[in-house]
Design a protein around this ligand. Structure first.
Ligand code: ZN
Length: 312
């Protein structure tokens, strides 16, 4: 039996799964916490992969989704903020040495796009934009069935597109980026600012901090300030995606991440903004805007799709 192994190195947990042949249903999945004090992350990842390794099978490739920024061509992690010592870290070479198998690595948001494209909401689409709206805002772009990587593998940093010159500070140290206006923490920050200015909400009596998850739930129950907060995030996403649609002319835009669980509360203002700002209606006539289908499994699915490319 030939198999593929997919690994998703997340901020809180690392998952590994073994898939037989062409299946996207894992034969075995295992997870461990990303950080355990005093233990080496690489050694733990190798042990996890060996745990899911098939006893009587041949592994054709190992795909790894890792937090960026990284170089997918050389297999080097430039900087993983959640993992101590992973600076210019040659993850691909170290894993290949230890496992004796071919390994490829990719940025987790890019691979989530590949996962949705191969196994999720983007199936059948050759031109796709995926955006994850969570603690941060990341994304991936597929053009003509190819994942867009750029010269160094640093392409598709959708969260750091400027949508408000001189706007709020982004986590990257620059102002007015999409992530500073539409990420979960940015939604919560704007919301708390409105409360401080005297705005009323069903969440006014809640102890601080107020989270984007609480705002999303209150919005679904009809709280006007919460609806405004989600609408505002949707409008900034729509602005950034209008620019991207002009460049890439996609047939599907997929929104993932925790904030996407607000569904139409986020997607409708996003769509309306695009309809208003787009160069011509032709772009929208072919375009589906939808939420992600794979949820937290998108990165793992993308790592599987990446592993398959090693066998071509
Ligand atoms: Zn930024």
């Amino acid at each position: 039996m030939t198999c593929y192994i997919a690994v998703d190195v997340g901020g809180t947990q690392i998952r590994a799964a073994c898939y037989p042949d062409d299946s996207s249903t894992p034969a075995v999945v295992e997870r461990i916490p990303t950080r355990i004090a005093g233990e080496d992350a690489l050694e733990r990842i190798i042990s996890l992969i060996r745990y899911v390794w098939p006893e009587n099978g041949e592994v054709q490739g190992v795909g790894v989704a890792a937090p960026g920024p990284l170089d997918p061509y050389q297999g080097i992690i430039f900087n993983a903020p959640n993992i101590e010592g992973w600076i210019d870290f040659p993850l691909q070479a170290r894993l290949e040495e230890a496992l004796g198998a071919r390994v490829a690595i990719g940025n987790d948001a890019n691979l989530a796009a590949l996962g949705e494209s191969s196994y999720g909401a983007g199936q059948g689409h050759s031109h796709l934009i995926y955006i994850t709206v969570s603690t941060g805002v990341g994304g991936g772009i597929i053009v003509g069935d190819q994942l867009l990587l750029g010269h160094q593998g640093l392409a598709a940093e959708i969260g750091h597109v400027t949508v408000m010159p001189d706007g709020p500070m982004c986590g990257c140290g620059h102002r007015g980026h999409l992530e500073a206006l539409a990420s979960g923490p940015s939604i919560a920050r704007w919301f708390e600012e409105q409360l401080e200015r005297g705005a009323q909400s069903s969440l006014s009596i809640q102890p601080r901090p107020i989270t984007a998850k609480m705002i999303g739930q209150a919005a679904k129950k009809g709280d006007p300030l919460s609806i405004e907060a989600i609408t505002r995030a949707g409008e900034y996403l729509g602005l950034a995606l209008t620019g991207l649609a002009h460049i890439f002319n996609p047939t599907v835009i997929i929104i993932g991440g925790g904030v996407s669980r607000t569904g139409s509360l986020l997607l409708e203002p996003l769509r309306k903004t695009m309809e208003r700002e787009i160069l011509s209606p032709q772009y929208m006539q072919v375009l589906t805007i939808t939420t992600a289908a794979l949820g937290d499994d998108a990165g793992l699915a993308g790592a599987l799709a990446l592993a398959h490319t090693l066998n071509r």
